[in-house]
Design a binder for this molecule. Structure first.
Ligand code: SF4
Length: 577
């Protein structure tokens, strides 16, 4: 029996067992004996079987020679390495070491959670996460835009016997089981969080002793909340005073975990939304106490120094101008599907002379690449990972050999040797990362120095106090248009695995299942088949992330803070065909 871990970019970071060629869940620990469909069917998803150059299958040796030739022929400042987080192992980034040392440009920016992370850091001074082990100890859990049945199923066992509040524009499975459900209008979260703080203050439910010590500007923040016009705002965000009263009654003097999803921050001011939710938690005195806090996506690299990090030439992966480069090496990413504003990405990528795709699965980007190099999946290489929802460090030793593909380390080693760049052995790098772990129990590791209860001794700002918002940007929706919601689906992880191809609409729009409809935004349009879903608000259009064409609709602007994509910024409208 061999222990390893799921490599995917997911909250849960499950511990798995690989035995007799089968992937199963580890029974102990947070994985609790079950995995999600992605890992249950992992080996059924067909990987790219051979390297391909200009449409023709070639051997790996030929592919490596071709890659060397292409890099050799390219001016350093015309070479881009574009990487995303298809696999979460630390060793995935060893390729950055080659490209940064060679003098290429690399990417930064964020296609996921960066706006809210920026808001967290503005308020708390750091992004330390409330781990699952603390959520387990809470009495009330607020799922704020988080759908655990789809994105974090290992939260579900922890919700048993707790009061659950769901705030979400979509009536999710969790919402149907919740004690309180608020089907808020999208983009209403910021003002709702501020109104919760305001009424908490009015009812003297705020934790004054805590605030005086850790957030002494709380009266100024209360004044800011008073600038909100109550009736007009409640109408705008579709929330009632009763909702506010019910929530406050349930959370006051309780151990509360506020568990947020990424949907709340897919807007230009995503940082402010998160900071307002954090402020509500601060007013309740939730940080630094057992079973209390805010869980979002913690910084999974907290306390870990990667030898592969670089601050050398970087361009954003949100609005990359690919045409500035002759050669683009894409790793663990599918920009032609997952970057916003697909039409513009298509135009940009079509101007690249040499597009190289390195990954596991065929997708929109691999299909137009000049050179495709298959990667090895996590069972065939060694790696190590951490998580953004718990503090474990999980080793992922190689389980078996294969002739298919090449690992990130093997590819980097080849390139470094060919271009005379120093590289350490794979085991040295693995040891480097493992050294940031400490034994927890038996042979399990946790990341050294991570606090089980974050912010126990105050915040990580210069003053060690929480910094409240001093101003905020209220959003006034165009009521003629519809909100676009782009969550993850249960069967895919962005553009990996079983992708959806529908648009989901409330029946009030008059469409039936299988009708075709055009969804338009100021950026572009997409034609999709309808699925009627009355769990959606009438003013929402839901298209899952990874659906082909969804990013025709989205803008390539960044969030104001956090250099993050803002997939839900554009409002949309429908056209019958
Ligand atoms: S729930 Fe997440 S971590 Fe667990 S198996 Fe599925 S994708 Fe992997």
């Amino acid at each position: 029996m061999n222990k390893t871990a799921c490599p995917l970019d997911c909250y849960d970071a499950c511990e798995i067992v690989y035995e007799d060629s089968h992937i199963t869940a580890q029974k102990s620990g947070h994985t609790k004996g079950f995995l999600c469909p992605h890992l249950n069917h992992y080996e059924e998803f067909k990987q790219i079987q051979s390297p391909i150059y200009e449409g023709k299958e070639i051997s790996m040796d030929e592919a490596l020679l071709k890659l060397k030739e292409i890099i050799n022929s390219c001016e350093k400042d015309k070479l881009l390495h574009y990487k995303s987080a298809g696999n979460f192992g630390f060793m995935q980034s060893v390729i950055k070491h080659f490209f940064a040392s060679f003098g290429a440009t690399l990417t930064d920016g964020n296609l996921c959670d960066g706006a809210a992370e920026a808001g967290i850091i503005e308020g708390r001074g750091s992004n330390k996460n409330m781990p699952l082990s603390q959520i387990e100890k809470s009495e009330v859990v607020i799922l704020w835009g988080r759908n655990p049945h789809t994105t974090s199923s290992h939260l579900l066992p922890l919700l048993k016997d707790k009061k659950v509040i769901v705030i979400d524009p979509v009536k999710t499975k969790a919402a149907k089981m919740a004690d309180i459900y608020v089907q808020i209008k999208p983009r209403g979260d910021l003002e709702f969080a501020m109104l919760l703080s305001r009424f908490l203050h009015i009812e003297h439910g705020h934790d004054e002793e805590y605030l005086k010590e850790f957030a002494s500007d709380y009266e100024d923040f209360y004044e800011l909340t008073q600038t909100i016009r109550i009736k007009a705002t409640l109408d705008k965000i579709d929330v009632t005073l009763g909702d506010i009263g019910d929530i406050l009654a349930m959370v006051k003097d309780k151990k509360v975990a506020i568990v947020c999803g990424v949907g709340i921050q897919k807007y230009r001011n995503g940082d402010e939304v998160m900071r307002a939710i954090d402020a509500f938690a601060v007013n309740l005195g939730l940080f630094g106490k057992e079973g209390c806090g805010v869980a979002y996506l913690g910084n999974s690299s907290d306390r870990i120094i990667s030898p592969f990090s670089t601050t050398k030439k970087l361009v954003s992966k949100v609005d990359t101008k690919f045409s500035d480069f002759d050669t683009v090496f894409v790793q663990g990413a599918n920009p032609l599907s997952q970057m916003p504003n697909t039409q513009s990405v298509k135009n940009e990528i079509s101007k690249v002379k040499n597009l190289i795709y390195f990954g596991l699965y065929e997708n929109e980007t691999s299909k137009v690449a000049n050179l495709v190099i298959p990667a090895k999946n996590f069972l065939y290489k060694s790696d190590i990972r951490t998580s953004f929802s718990h503090n474990s460090m999980l080793e992922m030793p190689k389980q078996k050999d294969t002739d298919l593909g090449i690992s990130e380390y093997e590819l980097s080693r080849y390139l470094c040797d060919e271009f005379d760049i120093e590289i350490k052995s794979e085991s040295e790098y693995l040891k480097h990362f493992k050294n940031f772990g400490q034994i927890k129990n038996e042979s399990n590791l946790i990341v050294q120095g991570i606090e089980e209860i974050p912010y126990k001794d105050g915040f990580d700002t210069d003053t060690e106090e929480f910094l409240f918002l001093e101003e905020f940007e209220a959003f006034d929706p165009d009521n003629e248009k519809l909100f676009l919601i782009t969550p993850k689906s249960a069967k895919s992880l962005n553009s990996q695995f079983k992708r959806d191809n529908h648009v989901y609409l409330n029946a009030s729009h008059g469409f039936k299942n299988d009708d075709k409809v055009i969804v338009e935004s100021a950026i572009g349009s997409v034609e999709l088949e309808v699925k009627v879903n009355n769990n959606l608000r009438e003013d929402c259009v839901l298209i899952y992330s990874g659906t082909e064409g969804v990013n025709n609709l989205t803008t390539s602007l960044h969030s104001y803070e956090g250099k993050c994509a803002i997939y839900q910024e554009e409002m949309v409208w429908l056209k019958a065909i």
